[in-house]
Design a protein around this ligand. Structure first.
Ligand code: TRP
Length: 333
């Protein structure tokens, strides 16, 4: 095993990714393996907390794997695998659920939000979602976890569970920390820039999907909601144009000052078009690579198999240790 610290993250296997997922997370994950031992999951078990149509779900999960790869998350440099292919996740999750209190799970804001949104399907999985997430992280003895603000509370509970377990049984789990390295851009909805860009948004114009074609991307940016002004500058009370600047900056690498200078004397129309074109240019090679990968089933299959095996090996090491610590009879090997 290398001396590098372990970094763990993943995304749910639902729908196609948005520009927000890409600029906020995925794009920044690509280089992390230079510094960390990186493990990224396709979190398909978590997706089951919401009803999935099986054929679409299976397709989306594979598609997410290909998107990770197409975005530059090289499965030869990173362990990129399917959560459901490593049974230790579900197994550790059960054990950890016996060390998690109903009270702490009831305080999770995401649970409260989701329960309100899916009133007809408030299943136990939705409630124990953070325990499975804790298992994901703790199985790999992860040191750092890059997560967005909406997942901070879940990381916090993973730390609490790990600490509680370690207090009883000794040092079993590494206590994970939030990763504060290069943080990604925070991309807001194009229709309502006070809201985060979300794949579940009902307004199709609010969200740019990673697989949108060039014309669609440019059209969506042209329609992006901005405020009643014309000058391009960054300001808290100009959320629309500021969001576009954030996106343009993430894609081109220009600072806000440079962007202001570049568009000095030009209006919002020119700027929106430029952002749309820059985003389309950025995504074009990714989309091309994605198409190639989706056609080359053998390459992806080989990567999945190799990395599933790697993940299983690491995860089982922790799981067997936990079994032993809590007093389960050791496997006879
Ligand atoms: N819950 C995370 C999300 O929706 C996905 C996730 C599952 C995750 N397990 C994880 C993220 C472990 C980081 C680490 O974004």
């Amino acid at each position: 095993m290398s001396e590098k610290k372990v970094l763990y993250s993943g995304m749910q296997a639902t729908n196609t990714l948005t520009l927000g997922n890409y600029l906020g997370a995925l794009k920044n994950w690509v280089k992390l393996h230079e510094e960390y031992e990186c493990i990224f999951g396709v979190m398909d078990l978590h997706s089951l907390t919401v009803r999935q149509e099986p054929a679409t779900f299976r397709k989306n999960a594979r598609s997410l794997y290909a998107l990770y790869t197409a975005a530059g998350l090289d499965p030869k440099e990173n362990c990129v695998y399917f959560q459901s292919h490593v049974s230790a996740h579900a197994q550790l999750s059960w054990i950890l659920s016996c060390f998690t209190y109903m009270g702490e799970l009831s305080r999770m804001t995401q649970y409260k939000d989701k329960a309100a949104k899916h009133e007809d399907n408030v299943n136990a999985g939705l409630f124990t979602y953070p325990v499975l997430m804790a298992a994901d992280i703790l199985l790999y003895q992860s040191d750092v976890v890059p997560v967005g603000v909406d997942q901070k509370q879940h990381l916090e509970i993973a730390r609490d569970i790990a600490g509680r377990f370690n207090n009883i049984y000794g040092d079993v789990f590494t206590i994970p920390e939030a990763y504060f390295g290069t943080t990604g851009a925070k991309v807001m909805s194009l229709a309502d820039p006070t809201k985060k860009m979300s794949k579940s948004d009902e307004n199709a114009n609010a969200t740019v999907l990673l697989l949108d074609d060039r014309d669609t991307i440019i059209r969506k940016f042209k329609r992006a909601v901005t405020d009643s002004d014309t000058r391009v500058y960054y300001s808290e009370d100009k959320p629309g144009v500021s969001n576009l600047m954030e996106i343009y900056s993430a894609v081109t690498g220009s600072s806000f000052d440079e962007i202001e200078n570049e568009f000095e004397g030009k209006g919002y129309g020119d700027f929106k078009l430029a952002v749309g074109e820059a985003v389309a240019d950025e995504l074009a090679p990714l989309q091309k690579r994605y198409d190639e990968l989706m056609k080359d089933k053998t390459y992806i299959d080989e990567c999945i198999k190799e990395n599933d095996d790697k993940a299983r090996y690491m995860a089982n090491k922790t799981l067997f240790k936990v079994h032993h610590k809590v007093g389960l009879v050791d496997l006879i090997r």
